[in-house]
Design a protein. Structure first.
Length: 107
């Protein structure tokens, strides 16, 4: 008896063995100041704490949030989340003024 199983692809995730890769959109202010980002996992959405000063495209590893291992289903791979910067398209006059003022600060 041969059993052929075809696992359908999920567009939210890229599989790498037992590990999964995904991306989450985060606004620039969350990266600068720190905050929370909502991340899709196989079990549903979770909140990821983003530390201040996080860089664009930085990858976070969520242990045990990947695919179950074939020989030991109780063990799971990891989920790697890449944070993508979401820049606002439209700013109010006040927001533009504040950002202009902040851009003059030298680091």
């Amino acid at each position: 008896l041969y059993l052929i199983v075809d696992v359908a692809a999920d567009p939210r995730f890229e599989r790498d063995g037992d590990n999964l890769k995904t991306a989450a959109n985060v606004d620039v202010f969350t990266l600068l100041l720190g905050g929370e980002a909502e991340v899709e996992t196989m079990e549903g959405k979770i909140t990821l704490n983003v530390p201040a000063g996080t860089q664009p495209d930085q990858v976070f590893r969520l242990t045990g949030r990947g695919m179950p291992q074939l020989k030991n289903p109780k063990e799971k791979g990891d989920l790697f989340v890449k944070l993508k910067v979401q820049i606002p398209k439209y700013l109010s006059a006040k927001q533009r003024e504040l950002l202009d003022e902040a851009s003059r600060i030298k680091f």
